[in-house]
Design a protein around this ligand. Structure first.
Ligand code: NAP
Length: 423
């Protein structure tokens, strides 16, 4: 089996090394040898692993027009030219394996239609949670279930930062700097800390789980940059931890999809997922809850998923198997209608009657309060923490908008969802 590799960065190099290091067992398992025939890069002058000597090109056509290459492995990243190259490859009847969440989350429908039309495989296991097997288990092992909920930690960078803030009591800025020094965060970390990376992965997972096409722009997304040391401390006092949670929930005729910071009880299975690890819980109506845990990124974990997809392609050669399963057309729920319990931290003038006025605003929008406490008072300003019972997000926003106009409310510092607060 001759393959063409598009990209030889972190993942591409891992793929080449894994194919070499495990070549004996791989060949025995699929009864074939996988040979990387050509490798596309941008910069021909960069130093490369000796394993690809004589195979490097900077022209995609060299790979596309090679009739002996039947599998194209896209590990370049970015939307373009990766999307066009994948389309060209599928149209030429070549199988495609990709790790590109951006392309699958935005253009999945079009690409799956192309792969079906041309009777070739399009595999993308590495696009969600790197080395953790999740796409195939969802599409195959759990396919007898109706999935009612998925909930996961899908971004290692933000989980590392929040873990440092929780375990080492660092500020957000200190934890981000450390993540960059340790190589867990990019120099421009926007995609991670704003939740966009997790939203792409959730769009892919929810499309599979709920059999309806969901794109990343439909995912309600909040990042972790508004989470402060004070919030982490209050969460700890309440027996909770803060995690960036990707949530997909099936309602009767709609699906709820969000990526937001969430306060989780300390004994929640996702609460102990620490550092750069990822985890996904899925809940099926037959199987109940199942959980997947492991490294969601990195050279060899990601290569593990990519190479397994290449092997699957060899097993399935000339037989398209992994078809699009988005046969429903469900509404994505308006985020304002999604119900949750919320934690709110606000700064108010410390004088009698203020708390009653705030409670009045909540009550006006049918919001019941589960906890209210006041800890720090500095120079006449009191910090108040409130936890509500389940409430539609829209009601909460209206109450908070009303409070912003109160002279006594100096700042609404943080609003975070809470998991597991009973009504
Ligand atoms: N890194 C991870 O842990 C991880 C985990 C899961 C999924 N992924 C996904 O895997 C993909 C690759 O990630 P990566 O971290 O390996 O990226 P990377 O280290 O930046 O490598 C990208 C490679 O693609 C090549 N490339 C980029 N644009 C090109 C163009 N226009 N023409 C030709 N070659 C081009 C680069 O060439 P040069 O070498 O010449 O610059 C480089 O070899 C991305 O979609 C990413 O989201 C990565």
């Amino acid at each position: 089996m001759q393959i063409g590799l598009l990209g030889l960065g972190t993942v591409g190099t891992g793929v080449v090394e894994l194919l070499e290091n495990n070549k004996d067992v791989i060949a025995k398992r699929i009864n074939d040898h996988i040979n990387v025939k050509k490798v596309l890069v941008k910069d021909l002058n960069k130093k490369r692993t000796p394993l690809v000597e004589g195979k490097i090109t900077d022209k995609f056509e060299d790979i596309l027009n090679d009739d002996n290459i039947s599998v194209i492995v896209e590990v370049m990243g970015g939307e373009e030219p990766a999307l066009s190259y994948i389309k060209e490859a599928l149209k030429r009847g070549k199988h495609v394996v990709t790790a590109n969440k951006e392309v699958i989350a935005k253009h999945g429908r079009e690409l799956f239609e192309l792969s079906a039309e041309n009777d070739v495989n399009l595999f993308f296991e590495a696009s969600v949670a790197g080395g953790i097997p999740i796409i195939k288990p969802m599409k195959e092992c759990l396919s007898a279930n109706k999935i009612v909920k998925i909930m996961g930690i899908l971004n290692g960078t933000t989980n590392y930062i929040l873990s440092q803030m929780t375990e080492q009591e660092k500020s957000f800025d200190e934890a981000l700097k450390e993540a960059q020094l340790e190589g867990y965060a990019e120099s421009d970390p926007t995609d991670d800390i704003k939740g966009y990376d997790a939203a792409r992965k959730l769009a892919i997972l929810s499309s599979i789980a709920f059999n309806t096409r969901i794109t990343s722009d439909q995912v309600y997304t909040e990042g972790i940059d508004s989470v402060s040391k004070a919030d982490i401390q209050y969460a700890r006092e309440m027996g909770q931890v803060i995690k960036l949670i990707a949530l997909g929930k099936k309602h009767e005729d709609s699906v709820e999809v969000s990526v937001t910071p969430v306060l989780l009880p300390k004994d929640h299975p996702l609460a102990s997922v620490s550092g750069s690890f990822n985890a996904i819980m899925a809940e099926g109506n037959a199987v109940g809850p199942v959980m997947f845990y492991g490294l969601g990124a990195g050279k060899m974990p990601t290569a593990s998923a990519v190479v397994a997809d290449i092997m699957e392609t060899v097993r399935n050669n000339n037989c398209s198997k992994f078809n699009c399963t988005c046969f429903d057309n469900l509404e994505v729920m308006d985020p304002g209608q999604a119900c949750s319990s919320f934690y709110i931290r606000l700064l108010v003038v410390d004088k009698p009657g203020v708390l009653a006025k705030i409670a009045g605003a909540f009550s006006q929008y049918q919001i019941s309060l589960s906890k209210v406490f006041q800890k720090n008072t500095i120079n006449g300003t009191a910090e108040i923490v409130i936890v509500t019972y389940d409430v539609p997000f829209e009601n909460l926003k209206r109450a908070l908008d009303q409070m912003k106009d109160y002279d006594e409310v100096e700042e609404i510092s943080t609003v975070i969802r809470v998991e597991g607060e009973q009504n």
